[in-house]
Ligand binder design. Structure first.
Ligand code: AMP
Length: 187
């Protein structure tokens, strides 16, 4: 094979990362790894991870890196990741980005593309209020943007400096965003 694609999705809350990551994962036939989804499932199942993560998520804060590190390290060693992978929602800060770089080196892997969905913040707040997820109330949303600006935005530069960053206009209709992303990863 030799053409396994390893992809990271970046972008502000509500930019459509989850939707697009799922579509691209289906197109490429690789696992879609969403840390937010894993955490939400853990909360539902009332696992130790879920119990620890719940209060942070309800406030729109990042859960502690230590919880996420273990989760990612275990997930990237499952058999299905031999085909490649898509990370959605990780890394969320520079420490996580550096941790991932070290982990990939250890696993003898490298990321091929960092797909960055660009959408303006005011468009996004409205989208998220319409979505109605449990952590989508207005206070939590505001806090998630603050966390994004302060902690996640620096990750964009981190990958830009490594020439891995591919920005895409996330304000286009959903199908057009998918096409743009597909062109990059299949180009
Ligand atoms: P998401 O579904 O990616 O929007 O994530 C929902 C929430 O899960 C975030 O607001 C965080 O509280 C938590 N979360 C998801 N991924 C991470 C991560 N990589 N680091 C820390 N917290 C995370």
């Amino acid at each position: 094979m030799g053409n396994e694609k390893k992809i990271i999705f970046l972008g502000p809350p509500g930019a459509g990362k989850g939707t697009q990551a799922q579509k691209i994962a289906t197109i490429l036939d690789v696992p879609h790894i969403s840390t937010g989804e894993i955490l939400r499932n853990a909360i539902q199942a009332k696992t130790e991870l879920g119990i620890k993560a719940e209060s942070y998520m309800a406030k729109g804060e990042l859960v502690p890196d230590s919880l996420i590190r273990d989760l990612i390290e275990a997930r990237l060693q499952k058999d299905d990741t031999q085909k490649g992978w898509i990370l959605d929602g990780f890394p969320r800060n520079l420490e996580q980005a550096e941790f991932l770089a070290g982990l990939l080196q250890k696993l003898n892997q490298s990321c091929d593309y960092v797909l960055y969905l660009e959408v303006e913040e005011d468009v996004l707040v409205n989208r998220m209020l319409a979505r109605g997820r449990e952590d989508d109330n207005e206070t939590t949303i505001r806090n998630r943007f603050k966390v994004y600006r302060e902690q996640t935005a620096p990750v964009i530069n981190f990958y830009q400096e490594q020439n891995l960053l591919y920005p895409v206009n996330g304000a286009q209709p959903i199908e057009d965003v998918t096409k743009s992303l597909e062109q990059i990863v299949n180009g």
